[in-house]
Design a protein around this ligand. Sequence first.
Ligand code: ZN
Length: 493
Amino acid sequence: MKTGDFYHNFMTVHNTRKWTKKRKIFFCSFFILIFALLVCIFVFQMHIVITPEDGMEVHAELGEPYQDSGAEGELTGTLFRFIHKPVQVSTEGEVDTNKAGTYEIIYSAKSGRYTVTCTKKVIVSDTRGPVITLKSNPDSYTPYGHPYEEEGFTAIDATDGDVTDKVTSEESDGKVYYRVSDSLGSSSEAIRTIHYDDRKGPDINLAGGNEITWYTDQGDYVDQVTAVDDVDGDVTSSLQKEGSVDASVPGDYTLSYSVTDAHGNTTTAQRIVHVLSSENYNARTIYLTFDDGPGPYTDQLLDILDQYNVKATFFTTSVRSQYSDCIKKEAERGHSVYVHSASHNYAKIYASPDAYWADFDAQNSLIQQETGSRVNVFRFPGGSSNTVSANYSAGIMTTLTQQASARGLIYEDWNVSSGDAGDTTSTDAVVNNVTSQVSANTAYGIPSVVLQHDIKDFSVNAEERIIQWGLENGYSFRKITPASYIAHHHVNN
Ligand code: ZN
């Protein structure tokens, strides 16, 4: 074998070995590269995480507004957790809190090639009891020791609506507890603290009213008054009284009362006690009154009255001026002389209040001329109840009666009508009318004010029989004075 061959052979072997080694290195490098690539892909793997603020399932109350609290999103490394990159999250889905049910809110986020979605459940349901709303009046309060007086409340439930009528309330220890449940069994309670106070003074109760008439023959005046407080109860013993009544001396007495409750509230009251002479009048007192004169029969009447020592009352006019001197005689013989009307002309006097008072003043002037003094007692032509005046002026009687008291005048109507103004022309009828109506008044317990006219002869002719009947039956005849019994009709115009 030649050396060259050897070398050749040797080199061939050697070259074969060298190739195999190169291939190994190549493959090894390749796999290492792939492996490194895979490791890199794994190591640098990223993903998006969405985190709803309040969890994956939330409750929303029926009927109340729902505001989704949103979600946070971030891109984070699978291995390298320390990588945090915020990602915008968009929200989709509606929640209708007026309707119970389960709603979905879908969050989604995208960053490069990474996307993710996440679904949150919102369960709308009524878990609360009705809402109780208490009304309260700022001015109201409950007197101490008194039960609370309800100021009002409402109860509205998300499921059942208005359940006000299902509310129960219970008062205990200065509080009122209101309770109500809805049909799902949720209940609620409201508590009211009662506002106690005492701002009201005691009530003063004046038995008999704030004006009392007392007669001298009733003995000492007995004042009956009590005071009751809404908190303190009977406080009559705390009543302070000022003034006194001398029941033996006729006059007007004013009594003043004052009482203060435990919380400093004071009430005052007053009353007037009119002490009248018991001789003044009673149910067997007859006031004979004669209107429209003087006239041709006035003298005759004055003689009859003198004969029985009976004092009467004349409501005079100026219509028959030739008899005006009778006014003086009436007064001189002890009778009362008052105003009726100068003209006795309805159309004229009831045309206006001014016209009325002008006519009144004219007659009062005549009385002053005849007797020396003016008077403050009068009788309306037709009486205060007349409706004739409405033909001339609507409402004038209402006005005149009010003006009379404002002027300090007393008007007197009547409660016994003799009928001599037109119903009858018979003396017998006048006697019967008067005696029967006087008897009725006596049975009723009141004095009698008899209306007659001394310009009617048949009426004057009845006088003696009326007086005799009265005296035989225990009546006394009196003239009217400002302190007399007052007969008032109902005002109709
Ligand atoms: Zn008359």
